[in-house]
Each structure stands twice: as C-alpha cells, then as structure tokens.
Ligand binder design. Sequence first.
Ligand SMILES: *Cc1c(COP(=O)(O)O)cnc(C)c1O
Length: 378
Amino acid sequence: MTTTPSGGEPYLLTPGPLTTAPETKAAMLQDWGSRDSRFIDTVADIRNRLLAMAGAGAAHDCVLMQGSGTFAIEAALSSFVPRSGRALVVINGAYGHRAAKILAILGRDHVTLDMGETTAPLGADVAAALENDPAITDVFVVHCETTTGILNPLADIARAVQAAGRRLIIDSMSAFGALPLDLDDVPFDVMVSSANKCIEGVPGFAFAIARKELLEGAEGRSHSLSLDLNAQWQGLNRNGQFRFTPPTHAIMAFHQALLLHEREGGVAGRGRRYGDNFRVLVKGMREMGFETLLDDDWMAPIIVTFLQPADPGFEMGRFYDEIRARGFAIYPGKLTVAETFRIGCIGQLDTGVMRAALAAIREALDAMGVRNGAPVLP
Ligand SMILES: *Cc1c(COP(=O)(O)O)cnc(C)c1O
C-alpha cells in the first residue's frame, strides 16, 4: 500500500475526509432508490452494527442524520438538552468551543469548563463543576479532541457524570470505531460520530446513539425540522426510511466500510493498525528532530500535532506543497497557543504509508534547506 491510492490521488493524512478502501469507493458505483428494500435493509443493518459496536442493549437506539458531524451535534444538542436545562460544555479545543456556540445559537443555557488546549479534563474536574452548579442537567464532552489529538479520559468523566445524576453527551467523532467506547465502561446517554472518520466511510451523514427514553422525550423539542432526532428516529422506525433524501451512495459505502471494519477485527483491530501508524509516525518525526505538542500520555493514535521547526528556512505553505507533491496531504494546525501542523494516522493507511510519508517529509525539509525539525521551545 505504499503507492498512492489510485490515479495519483494523495494519501490523506488528515482528520477526515480520509483515504478510503477501493471496495468502499466501489460501493458507490450503483444508484439506489431510497425506497428500495435492499437499501432499507442496509440502513437497518448499519444501525444494528453501530449499536453493537457501542455495546448497546435494548435501552439505546441509533439514528442516522444527513450532513457532516456538526449537523448531528447540532441535532443532538437541540433534541436532548431541555429548553429549560443547563449544559456544561467541557472544552479543550475547537470542537468544544463549537458545541458551546451551537448552544448559544439555540438559546440553551450553558456554562463551560475550559481546560485550554493542552490539558485533559479529569473526572474530578467535572465532578467539582457539577457539585458547584446543581442546575446543570447535561454534560457535553469530546472523546478525542481533534484540534490537538488529545485523548480525554472518557470513562473517568462518564463515571463522574453518572455519580452526579446528570446526562452525558459525547462527541466521539474522531474516535468511535478505533478507540474503545463501550457502554459497559462508559455509561453515556448520547454519543455522536460520523461516517467519514474511524469507520472509514465517505462524508455525507453522521449518527447518534442515544437512550430510547431520551429519544422519546425529545418530541417537539428541536428548533429545527430537519435536525430533529426524535422525528428522524420515528421516521426510521416507522418505515425504515429517512424523512428527507438520504445520501444513498454514502450509506452504501459506509455499509461496505463496516464490513471491512469487522474483517479487520472490529474496534480492536482498527485501533491496533492506527496505533502502529501512530508509533511509526511519532518515532520517525522525533528522529528528524520534530517535537509533539502533547506528552505521550495524552496523545491518541488518531492525529498528532507537531510544533513547527525553528529553522529560518522553514515555511509552512512550502512544506505542505512539497509533501503534497510527493503524494501526501497533511493538515494545518488549528491552535491558538503555538505554530503547529497535524498528521493523521487514520484512514486506509498502514505503516508502509507512514514510512513513505516520513521520507517525503525528510525530502521536503531538504528542499527548504532545513536541517532538522527542532522547534523553538517556550
Ligand atoms: C470531525 C469532527 C467533528 C465534526 O466535524 P464536521 O466537519 O462537521 O464533520 C466534530 N467533533 C470532532 C471531535 C471532530 O473530529
């Protein structure tokens, strides 16, 4: 797998959309009517497979929602946070900030627990915030904050939320399917993820796994016709269909991606491959003098943030272009604290691809006359 995927496409070393398998792309070559019984059966199978992946029993159900991950986050916040409720948004990156912004637009009362960009919230931090504010009804937390690639200690936080008797809404967009998120260890009320991250589908829809009791209670609560998860759930349960045009090709591709996920050994197998990618990447980058933003303990095998080199010959735009010309797309940083760039470990990539990417990075440095990746340290 060390040559580019096909037709000169670059490998996408990004947080998504990702490089997908040829079988996944091929599943999009047929047009489906939204009422075709095979399409409807496929949607049902997807919902069941996602529930199984989360270790869900009869108390939870899975609702698919058209759009990117943010659409499903907005749908979940509008459908599940009561209009008279108050949410605690745990923030350590752009996606926490985005959830707070959605709540502000929705007019839902909320407070934030802002940990900065390089610190993970602990269960004890969340417990203290809940104890100080009994009016909080719901807690929103991001599993892997893709802004930096930090892995938040979800099980610890979930137990704190459960002990305090509040609801937990998880954004596991960039982790679900590769990092364990099982209801046995992480009691959650709602979890949102999307098609085009660790399950390696193509963009087009996202999904929520939620307690049925909450789905039932959400009737008439959303501000939105299209982003109403209760109405979407009722529609899917009534006749297996989406209420509005489904992304048929993306759904068929996702189903194929789920079969490949199963063949790879499910969450454990996927996580193992990403972990191998991650270790090869971090070791190779450190050998070139680069430094990671985060300590090893907090890095998820999903995406890694590197500090930009101090060498005056280094120029980020040129670095990107040189690597891109060699068949790899990396990702700019999204931080306020430091000049960084990010390299993803997810998608149809293996250690051979990661080694080829490292060679391209070395060549890019050479092309700029940069001796090594050592950053300016604060
Ligand atoms: C990708 C991602 C999202 C959703 O982003 P979209 O661009 O709307 O798909 C939300 N949260 C996290 C943590 C993500 O990584």
